[in-house]
Design a binder for this molecule. Sequence first.
Ligand code: NDP
Ligand code: 2IT
Length: 452
Amino acid sequence: MGKNTAVTLDHFMDGLRKRNPGQTEFHQAVYEVSKPIFDFIVDKPLYHEYQIMRRIAEPDRVVSFRVCWEDDEGNIRVNRGWRIQNNNAIGPYKGGIRFHPSVNESILKFLAFEQTFKNSLTGLPMGGGKGGANFNPKGKSDHEVMRFCQSFMTELYRHIGDDIDVPAGDIGVGAREIGYMFGQWKRITRQHTGVLTGKGLEYGGSLIRTEATGYGATYFMQNMLAHRKDAIDGKICVVSGSGNVAQYAVEKITQLGGKVVTMSDSDGYIHDPEGFTQEKLDWVKALKNEKRGRIEEYAKKFKKAKYHAGKRPWGVPCQLAFPCATQNEILLEDAKTLLKNGCIGVSEGANMPTVIEGIDAFLDARILFGPAKAANAGGVGVSGLEMSQNSAKISWKEEELQRLLTDIMKDIHASCVEYGQTKDKKFVDYVRGANIAGFVKVADAMLAYGVV
Ligand code: NDP
Ligand code: 2IT
């Protein structure tokens, strides 16, 4: 064995930045994970000798391809698609597909890297992957989206499989897109298996997959609060986003007695001081999912609410914050504002919504901070359950799935406490806990395989 034991975090990060120039989101995600891991493995030479972090931070493969399609006016359009297969040490690659104009290799590499640790935390046998395209579904007709999805799958199909790599939804990819992609996969391969998750209930989807990420992020907050003998009931909550994750976070928070006063999209946020009810939320679901409208409409319909164009909701005073839109949406100054206004808990429904300096501010203030890979793992957790149902050719009942989701979130919380609690038991650093708990299983599987 060589002498790789002396590598420091700085040296490791310097190398990573040099090998991946300009991929700032990827650097950020690797740094967030590596900080606690390098501390944890300082007296564990095997992980150094076998270059475990270096290997997890080098995707198994990055597939990039052209996606050509025809719009409704007969113009030929060209986009770029990717699938990043980061690590399959503990199970088939698994992770969502994102369609958004901002998508690039750096963003997908950060997401695939994060997914590896998140999936490990769920306790289910899933490796980490992510994919997507720089395609903007906004303003496109259903048939344009269909043609794009078909063209995307015409290349992607050769890289995936129910025991190889199982994609799902993410930003810009919901039930409609999964349907079009699954239809094309089935057509090309003549197979009907569980190769995608988030499928419609008629063709192999699982109950509560739609709800799972938002519900799960709320359960994670509930678990963090319960650990401090506190609860969501009666607390003012600020939520960002108005897509899949945000909608079901708002639903569960409201059911648990929290008062949600904001939702947002990329154009601005609405502030409803009276708080959401199920009725108002159902209106938002129809606006977003069926009419594909903008959140601004909410303030026209519900007169007590105000729309704030071009702004994020973090200035609205709250006790709990649920970022559920996208990466880097809580900057350092937003974190400071939240703290100043009395925020005591953050549960990240989105992936990497808080910048590193913001995370440090939350940890320094010792508030409850649930990092994405723990807090939003309920979505991929139920995807794992969808895979199990598909391979066994059965469907579990809703009650059973609800119980399994709450158990998954409880177990993730317990793993974070196990690895993240300070010696005096006065504080849980959930960032440290989640990263180490996610790392150990993947790392030990890699050690078992030797050098591959
Ligand atoms: P959706 O596409 O359903 O909704 C995304 C929401 O975020 C929309 O309100 C969208 O606004 C807003 N948004 C997207 N990009 C930006 C941006 N650049 N700036 C500001 N707002 C933006 O996606 P999801 O709800 O599925 O995903 C939200 C987050 O949750 C993402 O970080 C995703 O990775 C993460 N996640 C999703 C899971 C899932 O199961 N779906 C699982 C785990 C994590 P607009 O309509 O204007 O684009
Ligand atoms: O970020 C995520 O965990 C997801 N987009 C869901 C992945 C999945 O495979 O369900």
